[in-house]
Write a protein that binds this ligand. Sequence first.
Ligand code: 9J3
Ligand code: ZN
Length: 306
Amino acid sequence: MQNPHTPAAPRPASRGARRRLAGMTAAVAAVVAFTTLTGPGAQAADNPYERGPAPTEASIEALRGPYSVADTSVSRLGVSGFGGGTIYYPTSTSEGTFGAVVVAPGFTAYQSSMAWLGPRLASQGFVVFTIDTNTTLDQPDSRGRQLLAALDYLTERSSVRGRIDSSRLGVMGHSMGGGGTLEAAKSRPSLQAAIPLTPWNLDKTWPEVSTPTLIVGADGDTVAPVLTHAEPFYSSLPSSTDRAYLELNNATHFSPNTSNTTIAKYSISWLKRFIDNDTRYEQFLCPLPRPSLTIEEYRGNCPHGS
Ligand code: 9J3
Ligand code: ZN
């Protein structure tokens, strides 16, 4: 159907209209010149949550991003609702606050099993809190509540609370911690991103989740096989939810426990895209990544609203 606002045949412009047109042309030229002169700073004004330089394939695969990182230990004795942990944070305060992510370990495991993600993600511009659980035997629903207790501690009481934008938060976790990641997103829809890593849960259906969720499975997982865990979890997310399923190739249940560039690059992209609203990272998520030496399969809807 023809656009109803399409004008009819043009009329010859009056002298006044020509003068206004010349004025507008000068104004447009001035704006173009200003934008060129101000460079990346002008982009930051468009998206107040954007942090760091424009990404490249190499920058999201690198072992460290552009930010220097410090860490601080949180004793389990000083907190309630979870088991303490380690906060990794960018030392810079010149760009304002950062988004934040809490990371939970799996059954019988400790924060050390996820420690590699702390500096890897924080150096890209996030405050990252790798936690211990109350007991190593806690089940996914408990781990979900502990992720939220840790987020509340991080934003309300921690020594780095002033560095965090408490409206830009995410959750991650491995195995039962990944199952807990889904539980946390289900119970707190204000979360901006969730990334369950080789997740395990007896609950197979997650239609309640509206938080953008990237589920990572492993083709060789015999503890939480993708056929009964990651895949049905992904499929049960509403199609109206921003969602993706990344199945690692030649990987096991424990692949998320050591430095893994495929996990890192798509986690960074997901967190940047949905916690920082940073569409510069959409190029790595959309069109969907193709199968490769490290990707067995990738499913998803390209990010909504962009
Ligand atoms: O956190 C996990 O590794 C969950 C997998 C598991 O051991 O389940 C058995 C009850
Ligand atoms: Zn369910």
